[in-house]
Design a protein around this ligand. Sequence first.
Ligand code: MLT
Length: 396
Amino acid sequence: TMLTPNMHYSELKDSYLFNTIYRKTAEYQSSHPDKKIYRMGVGDVSRPLCDAVIKALHTAVDDQATMEHFHGYMPESGAPELRKAISEYYRRFSVSVSADEVFVSSGACDDLGDVLELFDKDNTVLVIEPAYPEYVDTNILCGRKVIHLDSGEENGFLPLPSEEIQADIIYICSPNNPTGAAYDREKLRKWVDYANRNGAVILYDAAYEVFIEDPDIPHSIFEIPGAKTCAIEICSLSKTAGFTGTRLGYTVVPKALERMGMKLNTMWARNRETRTNGISYILQKGASAVFTKEGLEQIQKNIRVYKENARVLMDAFERIGIWYCGGRNSPYVWLKCPDDMGGWEFFDYLLNEIQVVGIPGEGFGACGKGYFRFSAFGDPEDTKEAANRLCKLLGR
Ligand code: MLT
């Protein structure tokens, strides 16, 4: 017999969206070495970790140098103190989750893919588009049927369920990447009710929770009654505390979540025991510092900078008179490309004319065509300059 590789790889697009953006930007830079590029494409943070985290990381490194404080393997599901600190963080949203419902991860991106091991491959997945491309790619790779629910300006990029939808696994990202739109409690409740009625499970991506400012927007799906019997929440310190290069996230799997007599919390604990040797002691110490009083205050400093960047971009689009959403409870601003341009056409136009990089909406699914995403995670001066250039170029 011949080994058969996973043929589903051939069903993926040639290149992952964010790599295409990096490659196109690098190509432009190498043919225009004298031009400064304003990078507002891939949502990577630009500001350093806060003091509390840096101190904790240093101390943890020193611990590893001593007999007394050295740590070997960590528990696969996370250090008990960190799991407890995260469960206490949820109290701010009046949500009660216990420490053993919290699983420490190497980041939301990793768990969004790994968590699919809880489900049969014959389940159908619903992806609300435009969407973070990983939701689709990871499911294609395990041969799962993916159906799409389009969103658009008509529903504020926040579509609601209807009984015609037949899905077992539903991805919801709120505040949304890429559109920045965020479900309020009433709308999110419709999805929770749908999932409970139909036995579906919601994979709730809350990576941008910390950017929420409006009181009617929930920070956690567990703020919605009934969510504990139908949802898994996946979070990350990447955007909350600048951990994109440090790597740490967490996933909440409620004990009340059961399907066909199987408890997903027990399954996930078992999965972790098999699939990982846990997250490094050093990183978990750093992450624990985020959840201290001091850490939670300090991380707000960078969040305020990113929020101000978002405001600068929103002001520019107001001035130009371009339709946009997001930016308010989100670090992403999502706009309509001017003059009926396609997203990739607009991408080339901005790069060539004003050296500003964003991401074409079509990269996040077909219904994103003609839209464009800017990230507010860049340098404040660069963001201001990019906004000025956009206003000048778009001539208004
Ligand atoms: C993005 O640009 O959408 C982010 O970088 C996604 C991510 O965090 O992986």
